[in-house]
Structures are given as C-alpha cells and as structure tokens.
Design a protein around this ligand. Structure first.
Ligand code: URA
Ligand code: CA
Length: 436
C-alpha cells in the first residue's frame, strides 16, 4: 500500500477500505507517512466526505493509536457525557454528581479549554487543592467507592488526534464533519466508557453555528457509536447565548454549586436534568427519559447531588468547604458593572462575543500553552427574553486588571428590542440510533 494511491483514491471520490484507513493512521502516528501527505488526504476528505463506515473505521483506528483506558474494573455501566464545547457550559460539574448520586457510576475524563470555550478540568482546578491527575488504579477504586471521578485526559490517549488536529488547524481542514466526528468519538472511545450522551451545541457560541450542520454532526457521531457497539444518543442544544449566568472558571464552579443547591439558572438546570435523564436511560437505570428526568430532579431537590459534589472534592484532594463558603474560591480584584443604555427586552446575547471577551480577560486560552486566570470572567445579570430598564446592570465583568474597551464590548454583545423576542428552544432535537 502507498499513501499516494490512497490520497488519489479519496481525491477522486473513492471509498477507503478498513485496511487502508488503518494503514494511513498507523503510518502517520509512527512517523512513516509525512505531514504533507496527511494534509492532502484531509483536504481530499474535506471535499469528498466519508461514508459512515469509513468514518467509524477512522474513529477506531484513531482511538487505538495509543492507550485505551480499561474501565472494566468499575462495577456497572459507565456512561460518559460529552459537550462539543460552549460558553458558560457548566453542565458536567452538575450532571456528573447528580447521576452518581443515583448510584450510576460516572468515570469521566475531560479536557482543558481552548479558544472561547471553557474546559471542565480548568474549572475544577479553581477549587483549592483539587487534583485532576490520579492514577488509573486509584481512579477505578474511587469510582467504585463513591460512583464518581473526574480527571484530565492523559497525554498517551489518542496520539493520532493530537497530530491530526494540529495539522488540520494549519491546513484549513478543521471544519470537516467526518474529521470532527472521528476526532471527538475516538477520544470518547479511548476514555473507556460503555456509552455516550452527546451534547451537540448549535448557535453563535458553538462549533457548528448553523442548525443543519449541528444535526449532521450529531447524526454522524450517533451512527459511529451504533456501528462500533457503544450506545450513543445526542441532544442538540442551544449555544446562541451563554448557558446559565456565569462564564469563567471559579465563577462557573460557584454557578454549579448554586444549581446543585436548587437556586441556579433555569436553562442550565433544565439542560442538566435532561442530560442526566439520558445518562440514566443508557445506563439501564431508568426505563425512559421521563422517569429518568424525575429521578435526577429528585436528587437535585434532596441536595443529594450537592452532597456528592462535596464528596468528590474531598476525595480528589480539594477543600470541600467551598460548597458552603464560595469565598474560598479564587476571586478577581475588580468587579465592573455594564449597564443598559435603554429599556427593553434582551433579544440576544452573542455567546461567541462573550466567550471571546472572557478569554481575553484570562478565563481561557488563546493557544494551547497560554496560562489562565481562574478568578476572572463575565457574570450575566440578564438573559434573552428578560426586560431591563435603562441603567439596569446587564453583566458584571470580573477582572484582575483595570478595564479598557471591555465594558463596551460586553454591551455590544447584548441586543435590546422593544418587542418581546422569540425564544430559541433550549433543546432543539434528540438524535437516537433509530434516527441514523
Ligand atoms: N473538537 C474536537 O475534539 N475535535 C475536532 O475536530 C473539533 C472539535
Ligand atoms: Ca454558565
């Protein structure tokens, strides 16, 4: 086999065989196939696409390009939840303890934030002492004891994706649905879970801004799960305005604690209950979505999820007192209010703009190696559909340096209208294996 012939085949619209895909990925990971050939292949895939069979083969070849976690020591079915990335997306910190408090194991590996989207690991690290790197053996033991563990993805997982992603990033081939789907699903499969609940975001703050593309991505990933025998369901959810009120690492930990205390934002709370319900169904704990929803809602009301979050913090070396005393979390030195210049309904809040300003303040990373500032971010004081008076606060900027143009930029992210705006749905659609 020669890489040249396979590039030519894909360029001309052919379908690569399983063996050909394995040859390309193992050769590339071993350094035997050059970057320029892989770049040409990615561009051919960008234009010609891939069948579901090819995409599933690519996913598996990538998943097995390095270590694959063995979670077989965990009692029960392990269902992972994955978000394609959002602004103020605090769901993991809420859903994971809620589901674990139902007795269903949650053993989750998460990433760090990049660009305008946040990452669960950075958020957890704003809890003083919290360790996100623990050994595989300790991780499995912890999950068996308390049903919950949240750790950072290890470096040895999916080397093919690290190489390919860096290559796609500089060759204008990131936004190819088969390449995105294989990138995400390979990491999920290597993390070792038995099934997946995917939260595919749609809207201005999402990877896929337009609904039709979000649906194709969701269907592709559900089809991969089905093909490789890992039950998968996707919810397509709104990411046009930030989720909840808080955007920023420590700010989102505070927000997670308020949701788990029953006092959180309605959109964030409801999305968490829906995602939790889907996890209970896939794990075989609840017969259907409706009954799963009632079970997680009950765990929220009884504060069992909050207790589980406290237990997690303490098992992973963090200070569990943060749950009752939010002042123990990092705080930014300046709090600056942004006030509305007019009265009216908030008709939109641009999640991409808010996420980008929060990143510039230090809440996120511009490049992989940037360091982040855990205390900073943006706290919304109004959401889409709400009515504000002139001079009423729309947001508070938390920063560690005096601000310059940021208040104006935050103000520009808000649109105010005289007519009550049409609300976008929180959950646009659910994609199951029956739909693909
Ligand atoms: N997120 C990923 O993990 N991979 C992609 O290719 C795009 C977004
Ligand atoms: Ca939030």
């Amino acid at each position: 086999m020669r890489a040249y012939d396979l590039i030519l085949k894909k360029r001309n619209g052919g379908e690569l065989t399983t063996a050909e895909i394995e040859f390309l990925i193992s050769g590339y990971t071993a350094g035997e196939i050059a970057d320029y050939q892989m770049a040409a292949l990615c561009m051919a895939i960008y234009f010609q696409g891939m069948s579901i069979r090819e995409t599933a083969d690519l996913t598996m070849a990538m998943a097995y390009s390095g270590d694959v976690n063995d979670l077989s020591g965990i009692e029960g079915t392990v269902i992972d939840k994955h978000s394609t990335g959002g602004v103020g997306d605090t769901t993991t910190l809420i859903v994971a303890p809620l589901v674990a408090s139902c007795g269903v194991p949650v053993a989750k590996m998460s990433g760090r934030g990049l660009g305008h989207t946040g990452g669960t690991i950075d958020k957890l690290e704003s809890i003083p002492g919290f360790q996100t790197e623990i050994s595989q053996t300790e991780f499995v033991q912890q999950v068996n004891q308390i049903k919950l563990g949240l750790i950072a993805q290890t470096e040895a997982l999916v080397p093919a994706d690290k190489q390919l992603y860096a290559l796609r990033d500089v060759t204008a081939t990131v936004d190819s649905i088969p390449l995105i789907a294989a990138s995400i699903m390979s990491k999920k499969i290597a993390s070792g879970a038995d099934g997946f609940v995917l939260d595919v975001k749609t809207g201005r703050g999402a990877l896929m801004q337009n609904y039709a593309q979000s649906e194709v991505l969701a269907k592709t990933m559900v089809a991969i799960g089905k093909k490789v025998g890992k039950p998968t369901v996707a919810l397509i959810t709104d990411m046009d305005q930030p989720l909840g009120y808080a955007v920023g690492n420590a700010l989102e930990v505070k927000e997670a604690i308020s949701v788990l205390s029953g006092q959180g934002a309605a959109d964030l709370t409801d999305l968490c209950l829906h995602l939790g319900a889907e996890m209970l169904v896939l794990a075989g704990h609840s017969p259907n979505q409706e009954s799963g929803y009632k079970v997680v809602e009950q765990k929220l009301k009884s504060k069992a999820g909050l207790e589980k979050f406290r237990e997690l913090i303490s098992w992973q070396g963090g200070d569990p007192r943060v749950v009752g005393d939010l002042s123990l979390l990092p705080q930014a030195s300046y709090q600056t209010e942004v006030r509305s210049r007019q009265s009216g309904y908030v008709s939109s809040i641009d999640a991409l703009k808010i996420g980008s300003i929060a990143m510039q303040l230090g809440a996120g990373r511009k490049t992989k190696n940037s360091s982040i500032d855990l205390g900073v971010g943006i706290e919304l004081k109004a959401k889409v559909g709400g009515y504000v008076e002139r001079d009423q606060p729309l947001a508070v900027i938390h920063s560690n340096q005096p601000l310059q143009q940021e208040p104006q930029l935050v103000l520009n992210a808000f649109s105010i209208s005289q007519a009550r705006p049409q609300q976008r749905p929180l959950i646009w659609a659910k994609i199951t294996e029956a739909d693909v």
